[in-house]
Design a protein around this ligand. Structure first.
Ligand SMILES: Nc1ncnc2c1ncn2[C@@H]1O[C@H](COP(=O)(O)OP(=O)(O)O)[C@@H](O)[C@H]1O
Ligand SMILES: [Mg+2]
Length: 466
């Protein structure tokens, strides 16, 4: 047999022997600012072309169906036989669809939620059919943050939102990253910054300016005019910013590139009104518009930077999750991230407390129900030693559950984002079960923080009422 012909000439590596004259002629002219516009225009045209061919990544998305196996295994804790019996006895309940007569029954998530409610109302009280949320307490907000990119912030936040939804919680996802990855995962459409959290922050600032102006008027000073942006923002209410997604119980406030503008605008506002408590802007706006009653859980995805949007998100959050890989570099940079959190929030508190002391007011002390670092993309065959070392230094701050690396995330394909959207029939059952298990365990660890914090609040309220 002849082996495939191979060039006998020893080839040099491609970077040896380059000719400067040829290189100079190949190079285009120097680039200026306007060229960025030209490149952006080329991308926009390409994108439009893709859209017109139906290749747009965010094309209408729909959620897959859920089988009886999956429902009784993962979503409603009952024996399959009992599940079938209850459906038969209650013809008004969703009966599912099957592809072949007598084949497996498949349900939409909406139907699963109806069934869950039925089992919750009629079923055994000892079972956890409906997720715990104490009456009268506001939604818990969770921010996922780290100033390093690629550590799994968005994947973690998206999977947690989906887990929580499968568990029956009503979820709002807020994308604070102008790259909009979370927004595309949930198929959001955002035209400009007016469909992001931007107007809520602007409205909060505008209110501060208005009350500053009242004080100015009382002192006989000239008020500061509200510009168009601020006047428009005063009209915006949070529900107008919220979009439905292909998940019946996950809604979205999306992000888009223009949201980055907030990073420049916020410091200007802050200079203008020193008393503006910008770190309260998100929580107070959501609270005022009833969002904290409307939803159970709010997940905030943040950009890979400790800018003003991240500060706002972190200040709003009850629980802070900091994902990182079990690598030296990520451990090191996460340490510096905590350093920056200390410096940033410490300096806000210090500045506020000087003013507060002078006025005899109560000081500012940021507080979180829980802060957890979380190992993501974990490979037990390579990273066990490093992870153990990280655990020994971080102690309980590092969540003991490590989110495993799973090929399911990369494999899932364009229309499907993450393992909860994937149809298990597309995978080897074993691979599916393992991939799912690691994200279910991540949710279990985080859910335990959430319900623990709610329970603590509930008990504190009861004690206060006694
Ligand atoms: N558990 C995991 N297993 C395999 N790949 C993962 C996992 N978590 C995240 N990834 C991949 O790692 C990359 C970075 O994740 P992403 O969530 O976008 O990070 P960030 O938001 O911090 O920039 C993505 O390509 C994502 O698909
Ligand atoms: Mg991200």
């Amino acid at each position: 047999m002849k082996s495939p012909t191979k060039s006998t000439k020893t080839t040099q590596p491609p970077y040896v022997g380059l000719d400067p004259d040829i290189a100079a002629t190949q190079l285009e002219c120097a680039m200026g600012t306007a060229d960025f516009a030209r490149i952006a225009q080329a991308c926009a045209s390409g994108r439009q072309d893709l859209e017109s061919r139906g290749l747009e990544e965010n094309g209408n998305r729909s959620l897959r169906l859920f089988s009886t196996w999956e429902i009784t295994r993962y979503l409603i804790p009952v024996a399959t036989g009992h599940f079938r019996r209850v459906l038969k006895e209650n013809p008004d309940l969703p009966q599912g669809m099957s592809e072949t007569s007598g084949g497996a029954k498949w349900f939409t998530l909406d139907e699963v939620l109806q069934l869950r409610a039925h089992f919750g109302a009629k079923g055994s009280k000892a079972k956890d059919y409906r997720p715990y949320r104490p009456d009268g307490l506001p939604a818990k907000m969770l921010a996922v943050a780290n100033f390093k990119g690629g550590v799994g912030k968005t994947s973690t936040a998206a999977h947690l939102a989906m887990s929580a939804a499968l568990d029956g919680y009503k979820v709002l996802v807020i994308d604070l990253d102008s790259q909009g990855s979370m927004t595309s995962i949930f198929g959001g459409q955002v035209q400009d910054e007016w469909q992001t959290v931007f107007p809520l922050l602007a409205r909060h600032y505008a209110r501060t300016l208005q009350s500053d102006n009242q004080a100015r008027a009382a002192r006989g000073e000239v008020p500061q005019p509200l510009d168009d942006t601020l006047s428009s923002a005063l009209q915006v209410k949070a529900p107008e910013l919220i979009q439905k997604t292909h998940w019946p119980n996950i809604d979205l406030i999306g992000a888009q590139l223009n949201l980055y503008w907030a990073e420049f605008q916020i410091p200007v506002w802050r200079m203008n009104a020193r008393g503006w408590r910008l770190w309260d802007a998100l929580t107070e706006s959501l609270d005022e518009d009833g969002i904290l009653d409307e939803y159970d859980l709010i997940f905030l995805d943040t950009p890979p930077a400790l800018g003003y949007l991240t500060i706002n998100g972190l200040a709003a959050a009850d629980i802070l999750l900091v994902p990182l890989g079990a690598s030296f570099l990520e451990f090191d940079s996460t340490g510096r991230f905590f350093d920056m959190l200390h410096a940033t929030f410490g300096s806000i508190e210090e500045a506020e407390n000087i003013a507060a002391r002078a006025l005899g007011r109560e000081g500012l002390a940021f507080e979180w129900d829980a802060v957890r670092a979380l190992i993501t993309r974990y490979d037990s065959s390579q990273q066990a030693e490093l992870a153990a070392l990280m655990q020994s230094y971080l102690g309980p701050t590092l969540s003991p559950h490590r989110q495993g690396f799973t090929a399911l995330i990369g494999q899932a394909g364009e229309q499907v984002q993450g393992i909860y959207e994937a149809d298990y029939r597309d995978f080897n059952r074993e691979t599916y079960a393992r991939g799912r298990e690691t994200f279910d365990a991540t949710w279990a660890a985080v859910k335990s923080l959430i319900i623990g914090a709610w329970r603590r609040d509930e008990l504190a309220n009861q004690r206060a009422a006694e």
